[in-house]
Design a binder for this molecule. Structure first.
Ligand code: HSE
Length: 315
């Protein structure tokens, strides 16, 4: 039996984590989007409201939530139409996986509404279609952790296949969002399509070392390996005060500093909340010299839950 009404939450995410462009992603805990679906008795879907995301599209063929639902309907050849209510918990184009949080929540909620024909892992392919509509490519390094939670490595596409990685204990993640808009499509176009083989081999050595550091809980290796040799140089020019922030984070004992997803947000990992808070103060001092608004988030860096159902009503 179908549900009449379902709502789901999916978290913001940090894609790439510096060392794994397009293949690594991490689910945050405290920020994310909520999507509520109400069966409308028709075969068509409608976007009814988007709270805190007034610039996002209401056209069903352009909104990531309705596109995800449409793809699920096409796969099943089953068109149970829904009215869609989206509540954004953080800014679009921030580099924290805004479209993917909405896409993941929509996939989770629609699956529940129609009786869970898909596994959670299978939902990734549909949520990735939301990414395609939002930014031009169906990369899964935001939607996979947004659905599955934790820190995930996407080791295969078509269909997506994941490895959930462990996270060393007692670390903290600091995300800083300079409030300028960077579109993922633009941030991807500055990167280009090719990199020199030498750089590729250095980067995959770092990714291998990073994964090993997680299993060994080796924080020196974690810190040495969590580096981006591939896209940071090109993308950082889109981010105000990037080199200043990197210098501050390094001086303040960050284990790592890098661009969150396609930016402009950046992230840093610390051994303690105090160190993260101190770095946050320094970043705020830096940005308060300019008129760029900013937001900061500090959380424990740990395996968090991904998308979850909030409630559902069967009539
Ligand atoms: N891996 C993607 C990129 C994430 O870096 O372009 C975008 O959120």
């Amino acid at each position: 039996m179908y549900k009449e009404k379902v709502s789901a939450f999916a978290p913001a995410t940090i894609a790439n984590l510096a060392v794994g462009f397009d293949v690594l992603g991490y689910a945050l805990q405290n920020i994310g989007d909520t999507v509520e679906l109400i069966k409308n008795g028709k075969q068509l879907n409608r976007i009814v409201s988007i709270k805190n995301g007034e610039n996002l599209p209401y056209e069903v063929e352009k909104n990531c939530c309705s596109v995800v639902i449409q793809k699920m309907q096409e796969k099943l050849n089953l068109y149970v139409g829904v009215d869609i209510y989206i509540q954004k918990g953080f800014e679009a184009k921030s580099g924290m996986g805004s479209s993917s949080a909405s896409s993941a929540a929509a996939a989770m909620a629609y699956n529940e509404l129609i009786g869970n024909p898909f596994s959670k892992e299978e939902l990734i392919q549909f949520a990735a279609e939301g990414e395609r509509i939002a930014c031009g490519t169906a990369h899964a390094d935001n939607v996979a952790p947004a659905i599955m939670g934790g820190l995930v490595l996407i080791h295969q596409e078509n269909p997506f296949s994941l490895i959930s990685l462990p996270i060393p204990k007692d670390l903290f993640v600091f995300v800083f969002f300079p409030r300028i808009e960077v579109k993922t499509a633009d941030s991807r176009s500055v990167v280009g399509d090719t990199i020199p083989l030498k750089k590729a081999s250095q980067q995959w050595a770092k990714l291998g070392a990073f994964v090993s550091s997680l299993y060994q809980e080796d924080l020196n290796l974690f810190s040495q390996s969590m580096q981006d040799l591939v896209v940071e140089e090109k993308r950082s020019i889109l981010i105000p005060n990037f080199s200043e922030m990197k210098e501050i984070a390094t001086n303040e004992k960050a284990l790592s500093f890098g661009i969150s997803g396609s930016g402009p947000s950046v992230f840093s990992i610390f051994n303690s909340r105090e160190e993260a808070e101190y770095c946050r103060l320094k970043f705020e001092e830096l940005f308060n010299k300019s008129d760029i608004q900013h937001q900061a988030y500090i959380e424990a860096f740990k395996v968090n839950e991904g998308a979850k159902l909030l409630n559902s009503v069967t009539i």
